[in-house]
Design a protein around this ligand. Structure first.
Ligand SMILES: [Zn+2]
Length: 480
């Protein structure tokens, strides 16, 4: 079946970079793009009218955790009192006895909901860190039903984090836990790489530089090379991690990764905020940026998560100028990658103290070509003959956009996920006219609300204070 999309502004790819084709067309047949250009005169089976829209390669989210958004209320509480910009540790660590009640993950509601949320924000490929968890078969089935393209694998680490009853954080180390986790991740990679008609690609996800032993990280690299699987690790994500590694290994987390031979072009680093020279570190020694650039490793930048914590990367432009391949991740909630492009650009201007920094083209490249490079794919993140038919159509004809001269600037400066009209993965239309086609969104949202109430009701069972969610994290105004 042959389908023609009539733009609009079509973002074509000329073999080197994106270029905009005004009133352009894209033709795809089954899962591949057949033609991108000004006019197509051969017969087609179906036409999609995208006049007034941007016809873009589907975006690639390079750092995503699936699940209901209820826990984001808990993780990003500004009233918290804890470890220097503690980030995921803020309210994430349960007591030992409460661990079984914390972060209720479920495939059918929470994980499904967040993948649909991503699709509706024009993401066609995601890097899903730790998605399969303890229930890999059900997870893979769900991804198959949702229709998104997904690089995934269970994550693993040596440490479990707990709070004691006084609110002190404990690192519970276990060598066995890490190696068993790696074994499960290798088994998943062997069994599921290429599942869902090729839409699942498997990766290895060791937890964090401070939650894995150097040996587990080395074993991960070795396994990745044997499997031909890419690797992503959370690195320099909070000050706590930076100081833990400095104290334990007498070097920065990036220097440690370099020293153990972990960094190379198959590896991406999640977040990578606190590198030497960052203004929050007061650590002007060494050159972490150069180490990363020289290694060829990529960085998955999730700006919103850090904005919530009052932190910015220093800076997106500086990393790019150093020669690092950059991707965009959503990580927290909302998972709106278009807004994250905007945050990446604006944060870069703030960090550089320059209004010529944070160019929309750089943010757009990161969300397309940067992510594709991270995945090792030359058929994603671009609209070109032979590439995968992963296409997102965003409406730009709206009062919010006014007059449009440069559609990429309009997208990055103004658009949000609710402007996304159509999303196509592997030639399948999954979102049409702003609606996800494979299930009833209202019914899903009722289930999501019920699951959220369950998560919030569970707080006294795992939080070290034993208090209710409203006592631990009061709402903005009193509610009755
Ligand atoms: Zn993460």
């Amino acid at each position: 079946m042959k389908t023609l999309v009539q733009g609009g502004y079509v973002v074509g790819f000329n073999g080197k970079e994106h270029e905009i084709i005004k009133d352009g067309v894209v033709v795809f047949e089954n899962d591949r793009i057949l033609f991108v250009g000004k006019q197509y005169s051969e017969p087609v089976d179906k036409k999609i009218d995208a006049k007034g829209c941007l016809v873009s390669p589907g975006f690639i989210d390079t750092h995503f955790h699936s699940g209901i958004n209820a826990s984001d209320y808990l993780l990003n509480e500004p009233g918290k009192l804890d470890y220097f910009a503690a980030n995921y540790l803020a309210h994430g660590a349960p007591t030992r006895e409460g661990a079984k009640h914390a972060h209720l993950k479920d495939v059918d509601v929470g994980q499904r909901f967040s993948l649909i949320h991503l699709l509706k924000s024009a993401v066609t490929t995601t890097f899903e860190i730790g998605g399969p968890g303890n229930n890999p078969e059900a997870y893979v089935d769900m991804v198959d039903q949702v229709g998104i393209r997904c690089y995934t694998g269970p994550s693993y680490k040596n440490v479990n984090f707990y709070h004691d009853r006084e609110g002190r954080l404990e690192y519970d180390w276990d060598d066995e836990r890490g190696s068993e986790g790696l074994k499960r991740a290798i088994a998943f990679a062997k069994k599921f790489n290429g599942a869902c008609k090729g839409r699942i690609g498997t990766m290895l996800f060791p937890g964090h530089v401070d939650s894995c032993t150097p040996d587990l990280l080395k074993e991960t690299r070795k396994a990745g090379k044997e499997l031909g699987a890419r690797v992503q690790v959370h690195a320099t994500i909070n000050l706590f991690e930076f100081h833990t590694v400095m104290r334990r290994d007498r070097c920065t987390p990036i220097e440690l990764l370099h020293k153990i031979g972990f960094l190379d072009p198959q590896v991406s680093l999640s977040h990578c905020i606190f590198i030497s020279g960052h203004s929050w570190l007061a650590y002007p020694y060494g050159d972490d940026l150069k180490i990363i650039a020289d290694s060829g490793a990529s960085v998955a930048h999730s700006p919103l998560k850090y904005l919530k914590l009052g932190i910015t990367m220093e800076s997106f432009d500086r990393y790019l100028k150093a020669g690092i391949n950059m991707g965009i991740g959503t990580d927290t909630f909302p998972k709106d990658i278009i807004s994250d492009m905007r945050y990446a650009a604006l944060c870069s201007r703030v960090a550089e103290k320059s209004f010529v920094a944070g160019r929309p083209r750089d943010a757009f490249n990161a969300a397309t070509l940067g992510g594709a490079k991270m995945a090792g794919r030359e058929d994603l993140g671009r609209l070109q003959k032979g590439a995968k038919a992963d296409i997102s159509i965003v409406n730009l004809k709206d009062i919010a956009f006014g007059a449009v001269r440069d559609p990429i600037k309009s997208l990055v400066e103004t658009a949000v996920s609710r402007d996304v009209r159509t999303v196509i993965v592997d030639g399948e239309i999954l979102v049409d006219n702003g609606k996800y086609l494979r299930l009833n969104e209202d019914e899903l949202l009722d289930k999501v609300q019920a699951k959220g109430e369950e998560v919030w009701a569970s707080v006294p069972k795992w939080h070290w204070t034993g208090k209710s969610v409203d006592e631990v994290m009061p709402p903005a105004f009193k509610m009755s």
